[in-house]
Design a protein around this ligand. Structure first.
Ligand code: HEM
Ligand code: HEM
Length: 222
């Protein structure tokens, strides 16, 4: 029965596959946590931006008859941004846990649903060079994009945890600064994956691969 779900069926697409319940729960939790993480980053660069809020703190205190310097106002505005980073860190720990959970799922789910087996099978199918080659090529690229996503998430979690625990681990200011820079650059890879993934899923669902999204909800299990 191995590979039953990734054997091409002329009636449907090779993309219509079964997904175990743990994988589906993992997928939607990851969606929720990554979205929350991005929301905290967006809020910190807009509503809680310390630079923008310095003026706000000064103006509000001025109205109450208190004059504070930029430095004093910065101490207050900075705290709000820090509070939001604390939320980002908590969500980040959740993401690091989800990454670990995905590794456990990979080893414990049915053979035909393992990402590495799907990648292997995709390469075999492509090598057949038959009429479906274009679809197999596309399928392989999609599965490779998931591997790249796991690599990005791994690097984000590693740098994020490095920033969070750097002081306890004795990291210097320079190392901490570099980790922050790498972590900040990685966000753009993450955004790129999400845009490509969502566009791909929507185009596929509206095109030939009807039932792709519901498969990630009901598992396509018969
Ligand atoms: C995977 C787990 C993650 C962990 C453990 C984590 C942790 C952290 C920590 C500790 C900081 C420093 C906050 C501070 O300055 O006090 C940070 C900053 C940041 N994080 Fe994350 N994060 C994670 C995922 C993400 C994701 C998914 C994104 C966005 C796609 C993201 C984007 C950022 C950005 C833009 C910053 C600001 C970096 C800077 O200082 O320029 N992080 N993160
Ligand atoms: C932050 C947003 C998202 C991330 C990071 C994400 C990540 C992923 C990953 C890593 C996989 C591969 C699962 C595996 O085999 O391990 C996947 C598959 C999938 N995702 Fe998402 N996802 C996101 C949002 C969404 C949304 C909003 C939808 C639906 C509207 C969706 C629909 C699907 C579907 C249908 C698959 C299976 C496609 C296939 O069989 O190749 N995803 N997603």
């Amino acid at each position: 029965m191995a590979n039953q779900n990734i054997t091409p069926n002329p009636e449907t697409s090779i993309f219509i596959q079964s997904h175990s319940a743990p994988l589906r729960i993992w997928h939607w939790l990851t969606f929720l946590f990554i979205t929350s993480s991005i929301v905290t980053v967006l809020l910190n660069s807009t509503m809680f931006s310390q630079r923008d809020n310095v003026k706000l703190v000064q103006e509000q205190l001025e109205k109450k008859g208190v004059t504070v310097t930029e430095e004093q106002a910065f101490a207050v505005s900075h705290e709000y941004e820090e509070k939001m980073w604390d939320v980002h860190k908590l969500v980040g720990y959740g993401l690091a846990f989800l990454l670990l959970a995905r590794i456990v799922i990979e080893f414990t789910q049915p053979e035909e649903e393992k990402l590495r087996n799907r990648l292997k099978r995709a390469k075999e199918l492509r090598a057949k060079n038959d009429a479906n080659k274009a679809e197999y090529n596309h399928y392989l690229k999609v599965k490779l994009s998931y591997t790249i996503f796991f690599l990005i998430l791994f690097c984000m979690a590693l740098t994020g945890l490095g920033i969070a625990f750097g002081r306890d681990l004795g990291f210097s200011r320079e190392i901490n600064g570099s980790l922050k820079n790498i972590h900040a650059i990685l966000q753009y890879f993450m955004y790129s994956f999400i845009v490509i993934h969502l566009a791909g899923v929507i185009i596929a669902e509206n095109g030939k691969i009807k039932g792709l999204v519901s498969g990630m909800i009901n598992g396509n299990r018969s």
